[in-house]
Design a protein around this ligand. Structure first.
Ligand code: ATP
Length: 303
């Protein structure tokens, strides 16, 4: 078991501050690194993996710096975002090359174990260019795991996968976390993080915006002012009733329906069906109008 520690880590490229004073500690289990595109997730993962020097601060695994420390590679594996595999290699050859690079004493046994772990034994002798995206991704995880590292970092591992492949990968990450490994994966999709990890680190514009238990963060995200567009069988009647509700801060009646400013997502969405029922109004459409991840993120930053 290993702990990954970031202490006041920043990284800039010229004038661009990609990562800004991030401090966090990751322990065994699966953690999601959530943030919109360009938030600095890749830069952060590369610094964790010792690929990139922090401009300021330090990244430590069990107390040892990851930068300029080749010994650390025994403890960590990285699955990069970009797929760079030689299609003419079989899956087994690909994983075995990684075992050789690590100088493992029994490369064949390590290769077999890693491929079993990702459940790719049946397809291991096929060329990698015959694999589906999900299969290729699993073999890349096997290559990153071949030396049995305690820490596994994955950059957007679900990108481009179909739902079935996604489920399979989620299950794999769960298992790796349950084995006591420290697993960190990045994503810009809230639902992916929700399904895989209990712990989340949210990064926005290079800064750590929120951190901790998924449910707490989800609550932070939902317990915030929301704007909804509503169409109903009787907009005027519904508007009057909604204005009397504690859950509503303001209502605008337009020719295309209502715009409702709710004080709190949860309270309002629970109250609306009851109010509509009491008034005998049928709700035809309910659209949250500021639901983009960016708006959620910027709320978290300002919270
Ligand atoms: N080599 C580089 N030179 C200059 N700027 C860079 C470099 N790498 C990243 N950046 C900038 O740093 C910021 C963070 O980029 P990074 O790739 O770490 O974000 P990300 O969260 O991984 O985004 P994405 O999911 O889109 O890859 C961006 O503004 C990006 O343009």
């Amino acid at each position: 078991m290993s702990d990954l520690d970031l202490r006041g880590v920043s990284r800039w490229y010229g004038n661009v501050v990609a990562v800004n004073d991030v401090t966090m500690t990751l322990g065994p289990g699966v953690t999601g690194l959530l943030g919109p595109n360009g938030a600095g997730k890749t830069t952060l993962l590369h610094m964790m993996a010792g690929f990139l020097a922090p401009s300021r601060g330090e990244v430590l695994i069990d107390g040892d710096a990851t930068w300029r420390n080749p010994a650390i590679y025994r403890k960590l594996g990285l699955v990069n975002e970009r797929e760079a595999v030689y299609g003419f290699l079989s899956g087994k050859e690909f994983v075995r090359a990684s075992a050789k690079l690590h100088g493992l004493p029994d490369a064949d046994a390590a290769t077999r174990r890693a491929i079993e772990l990702v459940e790719m034994t049946d397809a291991q002798d096929r060329r990698m260019d015959t694999y589906s995206k999900g299969m290729r991704q699993r073999m890349r995880v096997a290559a990153a795991l071949v030396h049995d590292p305690a820490v596994l970092l994955l950059d957007e591992p679900f990108n481009g996968m179909d739902p079935r492949q996604r489920m399979h990968m989620m299950d794999l990450l769960h298992r790796l976390g349950a084995q006591g490994r420290t697993v960190l994966f990045s994503s810009h999709i809230l639902e992916e993080v929700e399904q895989v990890s209990g712990t989340v680190q949210v990064i926005v514009a290079g800064r750590l915006a929120a951190s901790g238990d998924y449910r707490t963060i989800r609550r932070l995200m939902t317990h915030r002012p929301h704007v909804f567009a509503i169409r109903s069988s009787d907009d005027r009647r519904l508007a009057v009733a909604l204005m009397a509700s504690d859950s509503v801060a303001g209502v605008t009646l337009g020719k295309d329906g209502l715009t409702v400013h709710a004080g709190d997502y949860g309270t309002f969405t629970r109250a609306l069906p009851r109010i509509a029922l009491d008034e005998g109004v049928r709700v035809r459409q309910l659209i949250p109008s500021d639901e983009s991840l960016e708006s959620v993120f910027s709320y978290l930053v300002s919270a």
